[in-house]
Write a new protein. Structure first.
Length: 86
């Protein structure tokens, strides 16, 4: 059995110019939840979402640390500068 990997992902809603950062062990299911299946939460208001960046980590601790970093002011600035040029 393979080792569980943790994916940090960045979503962008072009329609609403919103960014969302999260992490998961199953990106396909998580993305489907954000865009289609979810009925509660912040992300349902800003559909549709596009995945604009992913990073894979071996441990949950690493993924959580990177997610926190990307959610900081500096991280959000980097995201906008690197991926959301408008």
């Amino acid at each position: 059995m393979g080792r569980i990997m943790f994916t940090v992902y960045i979503l962008h809603s072009e329609k609403h110019d919103k960014i969302y950062v999260g992490y998961t062990t199953n990106l396909d299911e998580r993305f489907k939840s954000h865009n289609e299946l979810g009925t509660r939460g912040w992300t349902i208001k800003y559909r549709p979402w596009k995945i604009i960046h992913t990073e894979v980590f071996h441990t949950k601790k690493e993924a959580m640390a990177r997610e926190k970093q990307l959610k900081s002011g500096q991280g959000r600035q980097w995201i906008r500068h690197t991926f959301v040029k408008g």
